[in-house]
Structures are given as structure tokens and as C-alpha cells.
Design a protein around this ligand. Structure first.
Ligand code: PLP
Ligand code: LYS
Length: 470
């Protein structure tokens, strides 16, 4: 228990023996083999925003990327280029999959917090899933309905919770101290906060350990053995909190939909038990985490329809609203990072393409050894030799690479080179390391030809402003 418990007027004593016995559901996890039955057919490969024309120039929808490079004001720096139509298509895929169910699509704002992207998703019916008070305020600025938003996190602060309470946002309970603080926020704001219990289902998402969140040793969520205690406390503090649902989030970049099925089965088991204790559970929140085809090798990847089909029958007859929290699968393939080749060099056996983009603008390869596909945007010069290159930036770190061992035609200086699938966790994780100020963002409008700036570039003035008057 938190040592600060006695400072508050609320009573939060963990009972050694739970009132309820919730050991009945043991998550002895194993990915079920659905190879023989009940396997959703994976849908056909989806339409892509980025393609090549007959002359070998890369297009974003109908626009040549070399033309955008020539047009944008910040000619010497990298920039993000999005397809608004792709964003529309990605949301539509979820909306279509969810037809006939009661649902909330809660876009995980952490994946990309561009205000224009948020506004567009909100306009299509999306809700938002938030992990900080600032994200919550941004979501309000984008016009999201707070009562359909979810506030997640293992370290939510009291002032953030008070804001969430005032706005009547759904709040996930992550731990004993978190529940204590949520109750405190309810008391201070005079609101009864609608909460979901984030249960750690101990299901292995089979992803990079840094993006796995639903294993039993993860810092997120509560262990199911403690469920009884949480229900006791929620009952006791019913004037400040109202339990309306359960939540789990297994991790990110998940490539097998039966992993979601395994978790959802456990979760509806918990819902059935919790309902028997007299709680009116309305929401089953299965989190986000659907991966995308980063490799561009033609593999057919699970779609939103595949995901929803896998859990659909669990909703039948249960009168539940399904909440899903996609981030990557909504925004990743909507954008590329457009870079220019600064030069090519060889050291020993290694060839390097040095570009003007770096780990500061796009850190996933450095951080997770993540693969993101890289291509040149123009046809190679006549006679250009093919070779294997590491694609690296100018930052003073050997981990500053965007791609390793990539085979491609030797580019000329100034050539355009894109890093694909840069719409999720790229700009959102960009830093100003080496005083590389964060790049601007553009999108191609839904007419397929108009390019519009959707975020200004940061510049040195922004940095200097932090020292004004000091
Ligand atoms: C609680 C929660 N919900 C949703 C997401 C979004 O995940 P993804 O971008 O993989 O869909 C995350 C990030 O992993 C998360 O932590
Ligand atoms: N930042 C990670 C995903 C983290 C998901 C957040 N819970 C990535 O780039 O893949």
C-alpha cells in the first residue's frame, strides 16, 4: 500500500483475505491453435497511399514526392508527408469491422498527436485514448467528446485526474495507489468517476519486450488475483467511483489476432464474475496493439476486420460496448519521412548513405532495432550500381541509423529517400537532440493532389524562447 495512504481521509486498507474469490480464472496462457477452425480469413492487401508511377517516381496519392520536396519552404530539412485519404481509409476499416456492434474506437493519441490528424479522426467518429493531462487537453481542443474518451496510465497525477473527473472522462484503474488517487480526485471534484479496471491478463503478445505490456511482470495493470480487493474498494467508495468496465492492453505490433482472442476470452470471464457481484459492467476494452506490415514484402497482414471477427462472438448476448484503442494501425502507414541524401561513403566493408534525417526525427530503428522500409523517390541515374548500405543520419551516435544493410541503387547527392510507415510513434517520439529542431508536417488532401502544411517546423527561436528573461 502507498505510504501516503494515511494522509488522506479515504480509507484504503488492503484486505488480506479478499471478500470474493477470483482465483477461478487462471490465465494459464497459451496461444490457442485456431489453424483448423474458426480462423478468420485474412483480407486482401489494402490499398497503399505510396506507389510508383510508370517513370519510377514515388507518389503520395497523386503527387510526386520530388515535387513536394521542391515546393516546401524548408528545402534543406527532412519533413513528414501524410496521406489524408489513407487516414480516412484506415478509420473506415475499423468502422466497417465494427458495424452491428456497440463500440468506441479510441484513437491512441500517443501514436501521433498532430492536431489536424486528431480533428480528422474525430470528424469520422473516433474517440480518443489519453495518457497525460496534456493529451487530454489537446483532445478537448480537437473537439472529442470527453465522455467517450479513456484516460490510461500507470502514473496518473492528481491534477490530471481532477481534470478527467471534471470532464467526465472514463478512467482506467492501474494499481492500488491509482485507485486511491482516483477516489481523491472524485472527492475533490465532487464527481463520481466512471472507471475501468485495467487487468493484466498475462498473455504474451509475442513482440519486442519494450512494447509488451500484458505479461505478468509488466508495470501496467492489476493482477487478477487482486480483483476482489479492487471490487471491495470500488463498492466502498461508490460515491466517488463507479465501476463500468474492464480493460486490457497486451502490447504493440501484434501480428496474430488469436492473441487478442485469448485475452478477450479471459476478460469476458472476469466481466461475468464481476457482474455476479452486482456491478453493472458496460465496457469491454481490449486495448490497441494491432501491428502493420513494416517489411513491405507482400505479406498479408491481419486487418481490423480480422481482429474484430476474432472477438465478435464474445459480445453476443452480453450487452457490452466494445472499446478498442488502436494507434499504429490507424496512422502508421499514412506517412513517410522524406529525407535528402547528403552523401555516400564507404568505410572498410561498409557503405553508408548519409541523409539529412536522423534518430532525432525518427527513433524507432535506434530504440527497438525496428525495421522501417526505405526507398528512393526517383529512378536511379543511368548506370547507378546497386550495393548494400546502412542509411544513417548526422547525429553523433553510432545508433543513429534509419536502416541497416539495405540493398539499393547508389543515390546521387540530394536525392530523395523516404522512410515508410512513419505516421505512428515517429514524429510523436521526435526529439531535438543535437539541436535538430523538429520537422514540419504536410499532408496530401483527399483530392489526391493538394499539399497542405499541417504542422510548422520548429526552429532555433523556439529553443531560445526557453531562456527568455532568465
Ligand atoms: C493502453 C494503450 N492503449 C493503446 C495503445 C496503442 O497501441 P497501438 O499503437 O499498438 O495500437 C497503447 C500503446 O501501446 C497503450 O499503451
Ligand atoms: N513507441 C512504440 C510503441 C509503444 C506503444 C505504447 N504503449 C513503437 O514505436 O513501436
Amino acid at each position: 500500500m502507498p505510504s501516503s495512504a494515511h494522509h488522506h481521509s479515504l480509507s484504503f486498507q488492503p484486505s488480506i483475505i479478499s471478500l470474493f474469490s477470483f482465483t477461478a480464472i487462471k490465465p494459464s496462457y497459451k496461444v490457442l491453435d485456431r489453424s483448423q477452425k474458426n480462423v478468420p480469413q485474412m483480407s486482401k492487401k489494402a490499398q497503399s497511399a505510396f506507389s510508383f508511377n510508370d517513370e519510377g517516381y514515388m507518389l503520395c496519392e497523386g503527387v510526386k514526392i520530388v515535387d513536394v520536396m521542391a515546393m516546401v519552404a524548408e528545402k534543406k530539412r527532412p519533413f513528414y508527408l501524410y496521406s489524408k485519404s489513407q487516414l480516412t481509409r484506415n478509420y473506415a476499416a475499423y468502422a466497417e469491422a465494427l458495424q452491428g456492434t456497440q463500440f468506441i474506437v479510441g484513437y491512441a493519441v500517443k501514436a501521433n498527436n498532430n492536431l489536424k490528424i486528431l480533428e480528422h479522426l474525430r470528424g469520422m467518429g473516433s474517440s480518443a485514448v489519453l495518457v497525460s493531462g496534456n493529451e487530454l487537453q489537446l483532445a478537448m481542443r480537437a473537439g472529442f467528446d470527453p465522455t467517450r474518451c479513456v484516460f490510461n496510465g500507470n502514473g496518473k497525477l492528481l491534477d490530471e485526474l481532477i481534470l478527467a473527473a471534471k470532464l467526465d472522462v472514463l478512467v482506467n484503474v492501474d494499481s492500488e495507489f491509482d485507485l486511491e488517487q482516483i477516489c481523491e480526485a472524485g472527492r475533490i471534484s465532487g464527481k463520481q468517476i466512471r472507471v475501468l479496471l485495467r487487468i493484466n491478463p498475462d498473455v504474451d503478445p509475442q513482440v519486442h519486450p519494450y512494447v509488451a505490456t500484458g505479461n505478468k511482470n509488466s508495470k501496467f495493470g492489476i493482477r487478477n488475483e487482486k480483483l476482489g480487493w479492487f471490487l471491495e474498494q470500488v463498492k466502498h467508495h461508490h460515491d466517488k467511483v463507479k465501476l463500468v468496465g474492464v480493460h486490457c492492453h497486451l502490447g504493440s505490433t501484434i501480428s496474430k489476432v488469436n492473441i487478442f482472442r485469448d485475452a478477450a476470452e479471459l476478460m469476458v470471464g472476469y466481466i461475468d464474475l464481476i457482474r455476479k457481484e452486482g456491478f453493472e459492467i458496460q465496457y469491454l476494452n481490449i486495448g490497441g496493439g494491432l501491428g502493420i506490415d513494416y517489411y513491405h514484402e507482400g505479406a498479408v497482414y491481419p486487418t481490423p476486420m480480422d481482429l474484430i471477427d476474432t472477438v465478435r462472438d464474445l459480445l453476443t448476448g452480453r450487452d457490452l460496448t466494445l472499446i478498442i484503442e488502436p494507434g499504429r494501425s490507424l496512422v502508421a502507414n499514412t506517412a513517410v519521412l522524406v529525407n535528402r541524401v547528403t552523401g555516400v561513403k564507404s568505410n572498410g566493408n561498409k557503405n553508408f548513405i548519409v541523409i539529412d534525417g536522423s534518430m532525432s526525427e525518427l527513433i524507432r530503428p535506434s530504440l527497438y532495432s525496428a525495421y522501417q522500409h526505405i526507398e528512393l523517390v526517383s529512378p536511379p541515374a543511368a548506370g547507378a550500381k546497386r550495393a548494400t548500405f546502412d542509411v544513417v543520419g548526422p547525429v553523433c551516435e553510432s545508433s543513429d541509423f534509419l536502416g541497416k544493410d539495405r540493398e539499393m541503387a547508389m543515390p546521387e547527392r540530394g536525392a530523395g529517400l523516404v522512410v515508410h510507415d512513419a505516421g505512428a510513434y515517429c514524429m510523436a517520439m521526435a526529439s531535438t537532440y543535437n539541436l535538430r529542431m523538429r520537422p514540419p508536417e504536410y499532408w496530401v488532401e483527399e483530392d489526391g493532389k493538394t499539399v497542405k502544411k499541417i504542422r510548422h517546423a520548429e526552429d532555433l527561436h523556439d529553443h531560445l524562447r526557453y531562456f527568455d528573461g532568465l
